[in-house]
Ligand binder design. Sequence first.
Ligand SMILES: O=C(O)CCC(=O)C(=O)O
Length: 269
Amino acid sequence: MNTLKTLTDAQKKQFENEGYLIVKGLFAKAELEEIEETFEKISHAAVPGYFEPELDAASASDPLKRYPRVMHPHRFNETAKKYMLHRPVLNVLEDLYQEPPLAAQSMFYYKPPGARGQALHQDNFYLKVEPGNCIAAWTAVDGADEENGSLLVVPKTQEYEIVCPEHADAKESFTTHYVKPPKDQKAMPVVMEPGDVLFFNGNLIHGSYRNKTKDRFRRSFICHYANESATHIGEHYQPLYRADGSEVELVVNPDGGPCGFEFDTLYPH
Ligand SMILES: O=C(O)CCC(=O)C(=O)O
């Protein structure tokens, strides 16, 4: 029986076989404009714990000092919460999970010209969703391509177990963890237009290269979800949200993961 709400069988198979799926045009132009305006406003003042830019860091050697990512904007901004629960995105997630999703995290990346990328990693190392897995919905606010540091995915690595990361190259990555792709598997850039959404499995190895352009930001709105039947999640992702905006608490996952307990206190990815 076909129980899909919005995806075709071919799209569902693509996600299952390759670990990721691009769905085009899930955000309308007016919705993207509202997101752009919201994060333009947010970019001018610090929000302690969530967004801590150096506001006078004019053309500093590290452009991410002026434009770091915004963590969990849904916790202090209603527009971010509204779009974390964007119905077209939730419908796709429901098809992928075959059960309702719960929203666990939102982020916004400005990724200004010259910004370093994020080394290859696996999301469920951090979110620790169990049983089940997290799925990311990565929305292109600007067009994303190889030049401005689009997302990179290593196809089929959703089959790969969660591994303990190595150290990333700090010259190229603003995060410190690196997961080496399995032998003979390569990262591939995902070219996207504004409003397209990339969905990917929590085990999939992914990351991004530097923004090599001189004048193009690569803004993206990135949310992570858990399946409704999950019972456990990492401590930094509570509360989760149902589609109607109500809150859910899961049990905090005490598992130290593949590295052991020393990684427990790491900042969420
Ligand atoms: O957008 C990027 O550059 C990386 C985002 C990412 O890896 C993630 O959200 O897990």
